[in-house]
Design a protein around this ligand. Structure first.
Ligand code: PGA
Length: 221
């Protein structure tokens, strides 16, 4: 029991989250740390492929992924919050305000995330299903860079709706009404099925599932 007490008060909590959870994770962690101010924290924000590598190397206690992990990885996965992926364009783009087919969208220069990104593979899969190819204009390593390039009228892009909230409200970007969108993904809290979670990790998992939704706002856009 004494160990439990120490674990809660002074333990270490390491969390890795997918890029789109970076808008939410610091708020949730901040609140959690108000209760446990002395704990040692680790927070890594990275893309899907890197999170899988970190799981493989057992680097963190908990992970937030942008979609359900494949079953062969033997992970415990707690669906946690919606992670809708949408298409954005500059507000003066000719397709703004119209109903757009995927075939029509495929003609537009596309700003893609880097190799290893879950959003990138979601777009590649959707286009491939319809025999279409992405006209990739740029590959960018962050959702912020993607949004800024859309604002610079360099092309259209796919982002999580989480990346549109809590960020620059005055950016000249709009969501497009495209066939097949939003792609409805879920954030999942994930950890290896065989792993015994630390007391602190269990506590944070409970905190996220009970209170985490309060730090998410998908309504404002
Ligand atoms: P990504 O994932 O950063 O690997 O593109 C984002 C997400 O799935 O929400």
């Amino acid at each position: 029991l004494l160990d439990d007490y120490r674990g809660m008060k002074r333990g270490r909590l390491r969390v890795s989250v997918i890029t789109t959870a970076k808008y939410f994770a610091p708020l949730a962690l901040g609140k959690f740390c108000k209760k446990y101010p002395k704990i040692e924290l680790g927070l890594k924000i990275t893309n899907r492929e890197n999170i899988y590598k970190r799981i493989d190397q057992n680097l963190d206690d908990l992970y937030i992924l942008g979609q359900v992990p494949p079953t062969h990885l033997d992970l415990t996965s707690v669906p946690f919050a919606p992670n809708p992926l949408c298409i954005i364009a500059h507000k003066n783009h000719p397709l703004a305000g119209q109903k757009v087919t995927l075939k029509r969208l495929a003609k537009e220069p596309f700003l893609m995330r880097e190799e290893g990104s879950g959003i990138r593979s979601a777009i590649e899969d959707l286009f491939a299903e319809q025999g279409l190819t992405v006209q990739e204009r740029l590959s960018l390593e962050s959702n912020e860079a993607v949004k800024h390039c859309v604002a610079g009228e360099l092309g259209v892009a796919c982002v999580s709706e989480h990346a549109l909230n809590l960020s620059e409200p005055n950016m000249p970007i709009v969501k497009l009404d495209v066939e097949g969108f939003p792609i409805l993904k879920q954030w999942n809290i994930v950890y290896p099925a065989s792993k015994e979670l630390s007391i602190l990790a269990k506590e944070f998992l409970t905190f996220l599932t009970e209170k985490g939704q309060g730090y998410i706002d998908l309504q404002s856009n």
